[in-house]
Design a protein around this ligand. Structure first.
Ligand SMILES: [Zn+2]
Length: 266
């Protein structure tokens, strides 16, 4: 199928909640939305596919919003489906505009012209990155470095394989924040793991690499199994748990003053 690409920047690609928050964090939710504007004709997918996890991270935005509120800090969230453009991927990544997601072929992403790809990049990726960069710049203007937390969700069963991990704390070259979190988490509430169900080798740390590492901002990418954040109560419980473990981690180690360490072993 071929879809008619709309003109330049016709849609809002990114939204900032609580931009004036002074709590010292920057929250990010790249895969917050499953919105595919009408012109794209659902990229040729059926109604179930466009509602499923391949289009977004179900539950992630709700948790991220609660954390943004709890820590009185800005939240930068994507407003369009990652099937149009995955804002946690650089333009050269093979899955930035995925032709296949898990086992699903994305008809509207096959054989895109250079111009069509450029429109997705210019209309979605660039505004997202520029907005996040501006939020990070503002947050780094105070004497203390902010902390970056990105919030995602993953499916319980992937390519037929059941995942035991419930909450993954991911990092790239700078493991300070994750080290502190794993030091204070007693494992009583959720099955937590470092760099699971995937890690930096899978190309999932673009936001951290692009916006945190260059400024030595301590950072963590949180991956939540999406069956644990379906109901409002589950979302509230997960946000409470994360608020608690992050608060403990921050008081456990003053890693904002330390030099970044290179990833601890898994
Ligand atoms: Zn995600």
């Amino acid at each position: 199928m071929s879809v008619q690409e709309p003109g330049p920047n016709p849609y809002q690609a990114v939204e900032v909640t609580n931009p004036e928050g002074r709590g010292g964090f920057v929250f990010v939710c790249e895969h917050a939305s499953r919105l595919i504007p009408e012109e794209y004709q659902d990229l040729g997918l059926d109604a179930d596919q466009v509602k499923s996890h391949i289009a977004w991270d179900p539950g992630a935005l709700a948790v991220a919003r609660k954390l943004s509120e709890a820590f009185d800090s800005p939240l930068v969230a994507g407003c369009l489906s990652r099937l149009l453009y995955d804002c946690n991927r650089p333009p050269h990544a093979h899955d930035a505009i995925p032709m296949v997601s898990e086992i699903h072929t994305i008809p509207g992403n096959q054989n895109l012209s250079f111009e069509a790809k450029k429109q997705r990049i210019d209309g979605i990726y660039i505004p997202f990155q520029e907005t996040l960069e501006a939020v990070v710049k503002k947050a780094t203007a105070s004497d203390r470095l902010p902390l970056m937390v990105t919030v995602h969700s993953f499916v319980p069963v992937y390519k037929g394989q059941k995942r035991a991990v419930e909450v993954g704390f991911l990092h790239d070259d700078d493991s300070r924040f994750v080290d502190a979190i794993l030091s204070v988490d007693d494992g009583a509430k959720f099955v937590v793991e470092r760099n699971a169900p995937y890690g930096p080798e899978d190309g999932v740390t673009h936001t951290l690499r692009f916006h945190a590492l260059p400024h030595q901002i301590p950072n963590v990418m949180i991956e939540i199994r999406n069956d644990l954040i379906v109901t409002d109560q589950q979302v509230a419980d997960m946000a409470d748990y994360l608020r608690d473990v992050i608060t403990k981690a921050v008081s456990y180690a003053d890693f904002r003053a330390a030099t970044p360490s290179t990833g601890a072993s898994q």
